[in-house]
Design a binder for this molecule. Sequence first.
Ligand code: SAH
Ligand code: SF4
Length: 370
Amino acid sequence: MTFATILNKKDFNPEDLAVMLTAKGEERKLLYSHAAKIKQQYVGNKVYFRGLIEFSNICSKDCYYCGIRKGNNKVERYNLTDDEILEAAHFAYKNRYGSVVIQGGEIASPKFTERVTFLCREIKQLSDNSLGITLSLGEQTPETYAQWKEAGAHRYLLRIETASPGLYKKIHPRDSHHQFEARYNCLKTLQELGYQAGTGVMIGLPFQTIDDLVNDLLFMQKFDVDMVGMGPYIEHPDTPLYQFRGELLPIGERFDLALNMIATLRILMKDINIAAATALQAIDPMGREKAIRLGANIIMPNITPGSYRNDYALYENKPCTDEDPDQCANCLDVRIKLADGEIGYGEWGDSKHYMKRSRLKTLLPGKTAL
Ligand code: SAH
Ligand code: SF4
């Protein structure tokens, strides 16, 4: 079967996906142009902003890959004040970003739950109910997720990191706080609560194979996720996984593999939202724009107050850590145009997949379509 025939199939088996993920040269070009065509057809050329607020780098977990893990005592810990967070949200509102993402280390305590609830309510209020809120605060109880949804959050990002339980074990401590099953159940709960549930994986992890990545794609499809944010794994010197850096794919190949993953996912799940991960930009200054050209439609400009950005170093060479949000806004405007995109200013840009899913749910047997 030719490569072009595979691309035009209706259903893809694991072998097809592996061929697409490993495409090089002319085949890679075909993969990218096909994914770009599908993107145009199903989600259009609009790119939606999610202003990223890196809330705090204090984390109770010890993931082996992450620079802000609890065990890294070289990190200066910070916790933005409520005013700083609300000011950043106001910046997003004023600049018509449409939505904010509140992301940070994982903390589970009643005080933390209450604080996030308060912040969600305030963000809704300061924006005349117009800013969309995505949360990315790790694993929490169903009650906490429900409370945050009630307070105004409507999307949640929880990367599964890898859908292979064996690999998951290798990149996390083997204790009750780092369980694949628990993370999976959280994702299920989020979906059941009616959040637009987003997941994602790291690409190019030590010990990861093409079969693992194929498995990741099939996981996303089976889970019927509404949005995905995935990017290359980038080693951080103060983490346990750094010792395996000699076994990693060269950084350029990891980048290409991440782009192949994004293009393949766009072909597999045509109407979902796909974010152009910041980690792509850490490798190639135009990394996010390249991802937008071939399938991604979401970008998360960093609107964390500048002085804290250096301390939220999940990986090495995190880009734009010295800029202030005003500079980011102008820079992105130009960049998206260069990638033939158009920014959906002031729009939520909800996943079309989610809208289709929720419409279907309301059309249960016995109900009419009107
Ligand atoms: N604590 C929350 C959210 C913050 S971490 C959580 O873990 O869900 C956000 C994401 O950063 C993680 O999901 C992980 O995929 C990514 N990340 C962490 N370390 C990384 C690294 N070294 N390279 C690339 N991505 C990394
Ligand atoms: Fe904490 Fe998230 Fe980093 Fe894991 S990936 S250590 S949960 S911030």
